[in-house]
Write a protein that binds this ligand. Structure first.
Ligand code: HEM
Length: 310
C-alpha cells in the first residue's frame, strides 16, 4: 500500500518530462527549449570575482559552449512571440574546472515546487478541440498564485529584438565561497553590452517566426555578443528557497564577475551531444539547499537527454 509519505512524493524526472510532452507533444527533441542555436565563445573573469569565489572559472579565462533557445517544447515556436528565452552555457577553465549555467530571460520561474510544475502543465494539456481549458488554467492559478508571476512579467515586457539584447537570470540563489571560506549568497544575472532592446507589438507582428537566426548570424559576423555576468548580493530578507520570488535587485549591491563573449555560431550537434546541467558546479559556487526546483532539474534534463534523437 502507498504510505502517506509516498503519496506526497514530488514528481520525478520522468513525470516532469511526461508533463512537458503532454503540453508540447513528444518531438524526440529537448522536452523544453526544443528550438535553439548552439554557440561558442569565451569568459573572462572580472578583477573582483576571486574576492567572492575561489572557483577557477572566476580567476582564469574559460572557453565556452552554449545555446540560445526559446522556452517550451515546441520546435517551431515563433521567435516573435512573448515567452522566455534561454541561454545555457558551460565554462571550462584552463585547469579543466567546468560550470554550467542554464538561464532565462525572465527573473523568476513559474513554479516553486516540482508538483506545481506538473500541475501548471497539466492544466494546459490540450483537451476537446486540441485547446486547453481556460477554466482549468484559472482554477490552478487561483489555487497557486505564485505560479502567475512569471506569466505576468512576460506579458508586461517586450519581445527581445535579439537573443543578444536581453538580460538573462540564473534565477536560483547561489552561494559563492572564496579562498578564506567566506560565503556570499547571490543571484546571478547577465546584462547585454548591446543594451536591452525590445520590439513594439507592431514590430514583433512584422517579424518572421525564425528571425533570430539571421539576426544572430549577421550580428556575430560583425562582432561578438557580450554579456556582463554580475552577482547580486543577497540580504537577510531575500528568499533562497523560492524561484518564483524576486529579490529587490535594484536596491541590492552587485559585483561584476566577468564578461561572457559569444563569438560564433557552432554546429548544433556540439550542443546536442551534451546536456547542460545546472548542478555541474565546481568548488567555490553551489546551488541553493532548500529550493525544491533546483535539484529537480537534473533528473528531468537527463530523461529528456536520453530520449531525444538530437
Ligand atoms: C523543475 C523545473 C524544470 C524542469 C522540469 C525543466 C525541464 C527542462 C528540460 C526537460 C529541458 C531539456 C533538457 C535537455 O534535453 O538537454 C530543459 C532545458 C532548459 N531549461 Fe529547464 N526545466 C526546469 C527549470 C528551469 C529553470 C528554473 C530554468 C532557468 C533558470 C530553466 C532553463 C532551461 C534552459 C535555458 C534550457 C535549455 C538548455 C539547452 O539549450 O540545452 N529550466 N528544461
Amino acid at each position: 500500500a502507498l504510505s502517506p509519505a509516498a503519496a506526497e512524493e514530488e514528481p520525478d524526472g520522468e513525470a516532469l518530462v511526461n508533463a512537458l510532452n503532454g503540453v508540447f507533444g513528444d518531438h524526440k527533441m529537448r522536452a523544453s527549449h526544443a528550438k535553439g542555436h548552439c554557440i561558442t565563445g569565451s569568459f573572462t573573469p572580472a578583477e573582483e570575482a576571486p574576492s567572492l569565489s575561489e572557483a577557477a572559472i572566476f580567476s582564469v579565462p574559460s572557453s565556452v559552449i552554449g545555446r540560445f533557445s526559446i522556452g517550451g517544447g515546441n520546435p517551431k515556436a515563433s521567435d516573435a512571440a512573448k515567452g522566455a528565452r534561454g541561454l545555457a552555457f558551460r565554462l571550462t577553465a584552463g585547469d579543466g574546472d567546468s560550470a554550467d549555467f542554464v538561464t532565462l530571460s525572465v527573473p523568476m520561474f513559474f513554479a516553486r515546487t516540482p508538483a506545481q510544475v506538473v500541475g501548471f502543465l497539466e492544466a494546459r494539456f490540450p483537451g476537446e478541440g486540441g485547446k486547453p481549458n481556460p477554466e482549468k488554467i484559472k482554477a490552478f492559478a487561483d489555487a497557486n498564485p505564485e505560479t502567475t508571476h512569471q506569466g505576468a512579467w512576460i506579458a508586461s515586457h517586450p519581445v527581445p529584438a535579439s537573443y543578444a539584447s536581453t538580460n538573462y537570470w540564473a534565477i536560483h540563489a547561489y552561494t559563492l565561497t572564496n579562498a578564506e571560506d567566506t560565503t556570499t549568497t547571490v543571484k546571478l544575472k547577465l546584462l547585454p553590452k548591446a543594451g536591452e532592446v525590445g520590439l513594439t507589438d507592431e514590430e514583433a507582428a512584422a517579424k518572421s517566426a525564425d528571425f533570430y537566426s539571421e539576426e544572430l548570424r549577421s550580428r556575430l559576423a560583425n562582432a561578438p555578443a557580450e554579456f556582463e555576468l554580475v552577482a547580486i548580493i543577497g540580504e537577510e530578507s531575500d528568499p533562497t528557497d523560492d524561484p518564483t520570488a524576486r529579490w529587490p535587485e535594484e536596491e541590492r549591491q552587485s559585483v561584476p564577475l566577468g564578461t561572457l563573449e559569444i563569438g560564433s555560431l557552432e554546429d548544433d550537434a556540439t550542443c546536442d551531444a551534451t546536456m547542460f546541467d545546472p548542478t555541474n558546479l565546481p568548488k567555490g559556487i553551489a546551488g541553493p539547499d532548500k529550493d525544491q526546483i533546483f535539484p529537480a532539474r537534473t533528473p528531468a534534463y537527463a530523461v529528456s537527454f536520453s530520449k531525444r534523437a538530437n
